[in-house]
Every structure is written in C-alpha cells, then in structure tokens.
Design a protein around this ligand. Structure first.
Ligand code: NAD
Length: 458
C-alpha cells in the first residue's frame, strides 16, 4: 500500500516543531530541499524479456535535503529498485539528514537511485548501468568528496560501490592527483573501504536496542525472540550478529520477497542462522529452507506476527510494510526499524496505544551512515561535530574493533539522550513517543548551526 512518504515525514517534522517549540523559519527550512536532480539516460542493453539488445531509458534521481553549515557536505544511499521515484527519495533524503544529526555527523542527507530491478540484469549490463550513472552525475557536477557521497542501499552492494568508485576515479583522473576515494563509501576493503561497513547497519540495530532494554527492564528482554522481515544486507547481518553471546537473540522467523513472492520460514525454538545464511547465499532466498532445517516450517509474515508472535519484530525490507493491520494484530512487545520508513503514520498511534515500544529508524538504523562517514573521513581528514565520536585510524590493526566501539558509543550516548528527552517532554498532557523524541533531538542538535547560517537570533 503506497502512501505519500514525503507527506508523512513532513507531518512528523511539523509535529516535532510544535512540541519542541522551534520557530517557523526552521520548520520551513527543514520541509524543503536544497536541490532535486533527475535524468533519463539511455543505454543499448539486453531486454530481460527477449534477451535481445535494445535501447532502454533508465530514470535516475538524486535529492539533497539541507545543510546546517555551508562547509558541510551531503551523504546518503544509492539504490537500484523499480519503485524509485523523486518523491520517495525526497523522504529518504530527509531521513538521512536526521540520522546524521542524531549521531553528530557533519552532513546533510541525500538519497538517490535508478528505477530498475537489478536481479533481472546480466553482470555486463549492470556494469554498463553503473558506469553510465557515474558519467551522468559527473557531467551534471552533482557528485564529489566535498559535495555528495554515495553509500550502498537497497539493491546495491560493495561490488556496485566498487564499480561506481572505479568509474568516478576514471572520470576525474588527472596526472599527479590521487584517486578521489572519498566519494563512494561501502567499497571493498582493498579498494579503500572501511572495516565494519558491511555489517554496520545490522550491528547498529543490536547496539541501538541496548539503551532501551536497560530503560525498560522487565519489558524488553536481554535475549529476545525476533521475527525479521527482509534478508538482504541489513536483515542478514542483523541475524548473523545475533549469534554473538553478548547480543544473543533468537531469530524465530525470517521473510523475504523472492521473484516478487513474499514468503518465509519459522521455527519456535529458533532458526539455525548459520545454515540459513549459507542457504540464502546459494538460493538467493530464505524460501524453501524448511527442507534444510526439519524443525522449521514455511510461513508468511502475517502468520508469524499475528498467530505465533515473538518479543520483537525487526522490519528490514522496504518502506511502508507496517500497516494498521500489522499494528493492530502483531503479538510483539517491541519493534525496531531496520528499514527506512517502514511504519505508516496511521500505524504509529495504534502501536503506542497497545504499549508496543518502537525504536525508530532515524536513530536505530544509522550504523551504516556512521561508518560511511568514517570511510569518507579516513580519506579526507573530515571530522564529526560530536567530539565524542572518534574517527577510527585506518592504519591501526585493531581498526574494526575501534569501529565497533565507536558505533556502540554513539548508540549508547544518543539512545540515552533520546530516552531522557522523551521522559521530559509532553504533548499537552500526553507522553511523546520515542519517534517524536528522536525527531526533536535531531532538530535540536543542529538548530544553532541553522540559526547562524540564517543570521537568526536564538
Ligand atoms: P537489500 O536490497 O540488501 O535487501 C532487501 C531485502 O528485502 C531483500 O532480501 C528482499 O527480498 C526483501 N524484501 C523486499 N520487500 C519485501 C517484503 N515486502 N517482505 C519481505 N522481504 C522483502 O537492502 P538493504 O540494504 O538490506 O536495505 C533494507 C532496508 O534497510 C531499506 O529500507 C534500506 O533503505 C534500509 N537501510 C539500509 C542500509 C544499508 O546500509 N544497506 C542502511 C540504513 C537503512
């Protein structure tokens, strides 16, 4: 069910503005965009239906939200998915800003993508699409290490990032200048990547849970059972890391959408994640895994959530999967948003009324944004505005441990701040949600910088 994602996020900003008592000029600033860019590029490419070459137009978009300071830069994911639209990317660019501000990163949010399904294309055609995307962005002068950097998102991975990087370096080559590595993040390690980037978002979800668990002792268990929606980068890394002793969670259900068909597997005692990861890698789906683990059975999400239930639900697929129906019927104690914008605004009050704790996307799934910032900073010497956040030194053999420590520190500090803000802030005589507290916290962290930029007294 597609709703207006942009309208939804704007409504949340307006509400946060009202509760946080921010001035109108600030809200007007945050509701708009610095720039939107889009093009239809054409390639002679294999038609997935006929297998023959033909000219095809690809819609490519990129949106830049706002910078609190003209010296900062933009950063955000780049996705390959058939539903990419300008308006959808606008809402995600705003989310990217808020995630960065919550965690103290000197950046504004950007987001973009190309509207096509990468699973239906040959490797050769994917390379041609990646090359053309970079050529178009360079020609329009909308990409660069001090302008806008791209990160992996839905349908893109480190190999796509490597291809983007390599084409960008080729386009920008000049004798005597080093490759502009800092423009693309999420690259493979031997191409200037940052250790920990691949697992950063999934790992961050585990760290993000902890301050809430400590606050809501008795309600959120230390080792909860989890139903997981989506088994791509975010979902599979979250599941893989849930086997570690200090983060242990029992993943009882996993779903994905393979070839357009939604399905999944369930096991009350817990799925064998090691086996499931191997199975999903070779079959590109979790569907059919019940043949490998005899205690598991085939199940769709609704059946898992509405009939069987679990302590927690982690949506890590696409936007707008948490509908009113899910909010009304899910038998869960908490939901942690791995995906961007998974919850419809109508679902929010229902979850609240039912006492289901929502750990929101703009705080919880920012692990990847933070490590992408580290990757950029490693190549440029850039710094975050949160001085407690240290850029892991790339020449240290323990770099991955430092990345993990910094991620954990960021979630511990900012999670605690959001929880405190939620406790102290009321909407009339009602408590506000953690989502609303996260919006207000992000807006508050950069307010004085926006005010200085606009010559406003505060
Ligand atoms: P991905 O393309 O690697 O994986 C997406 C997965 O979701 C696939 O397995 C697909 O089969 C599944 N899926 C799609 N629709 C589904 C549905 N209706 N039900 C069940 N499964 C479904 O993408 P990703 O990088 O893992 O991103 C997932 C979400 O997390 C997106 O919302 C993305 O914007 C967000 N996110 C990603 C990152 C990152 O670092 N990759 C960072 C922050 C947020």
């Amino acid at each position: 069910m597609a709703t207006d994602l942009l309208k939804n996020i704007r409504t949340r900003i307006e509400k946060a503005g009202e509760i946080g008592k921010f001035p109108d000029w600030y809200i007007t600033e945050l509701l708009g965009f610095k720039r939107r860019w889009s093009t239809d590029f054409i390639l002679d490419i294999t038609d997935p239906k006929t297998g023959k070459k033909k000219a095809e137009a690809f819609k490519m978009v990129r949106v830049w939200h706002r910078l609190p300071n003209n010296r900062w830069l933009y950063g955000g994911g780049f996705r390959f998915h058939e539903d990419v639209t300008l308006s959808q990317m606008e809402s995600h660019a705003i989310e990217m800003s808020f995630k960065g501000w919550i965690h103290g990163l000197k950046q504004g949010g950007s987001k973009g993508g190309i509207a096509f399904d990468p699973s239906k294309r040959t490797d050769e055609d994917l390379i041609a699409i990646c090359n053309k995307a970079i050529e178009e962005a360079v020609e329009a002068n909308v990409i660069g290490p001090w302008m806008d950097r791209w990160a992996p998102d839905v349908g893109t991975n480190e190999l796509v990032m490597q291809r983007f990087q390599s084409r960008f370096a080729y386009e920008k080559r000049k004798p005597g200048t080093p490759e502009p590595l800092a423009t693309i993040t999420g690259k493979p390690l031997d191409d200037g990547g940052m250790p920990g980037r691949t697992e950063a978002t999934g790992l961050g979800l585990h760290y993000a849970y902890e301050p809430f668990r400590k606050e809501l002792k008795g309600k959120l268990p230390k080792n909860p059972t989890i139903i997981l929606e989506g088994f791509g980068n975010v979902g599979s890394e979250y599941a893989r890391l849930s086997m570690d002793l200090d983060k242990r969670k029992t993943i009882v259900g996993v779903t994905d959408k393979f070839n357009g068909i939604k399905g999944g597997v369930y096991c009350e005692k817990g799925l064998d994640i090691e086996k499931l990861l191997k199975y999903a890698k070779s079959n590109r789906t979790v569907q059919g895994f019940e043949s490998e683990q005899k205690t598991a059975s085939k199940a769709v999400l609704e059946e898992m959530l509405f009939d069987k239930g679990a302590d927690g639900f982690v949506p890590a697929a696409l936007e707008e999967t948490v509908t009113e129906e899910v909010a009304k019927k899910a038998k869960i104690k908490f939901m942690e948003e791995g995906a961007n914008g998974p919850t419809l605004p109508e679902a929010d009050p229902i979850l609240e009324e039912r006492g289901i704790t929502v750990i929101p996307d703009i705080y919880a799934n920012a692990g990847g944004v933070i490590v992408s910032f580290f990757e950029w900073a490693q190549d440029t010497g850039g710094k975050p505005f949160d001085t407690d956040l240290i850029i892991p030194p790339s020449n240290s053999p323990a770099v991955v441990e430092i990345v993990y420590q910094q991620l954990q520190g960021a979630f511990t500090r900012n999670g605690a701040n959001i929880i405190n803000l939620q406790k102290q802030t009321k909407d009339g005589n009602k408590n506000i949600s953690y989502r609303m507290a996260s919006y207000i916290y992000a807006m508050d962290r950069v307010f004085s910088r926006f005010a200085a930029k606009r010559n406003k007294k505060i």
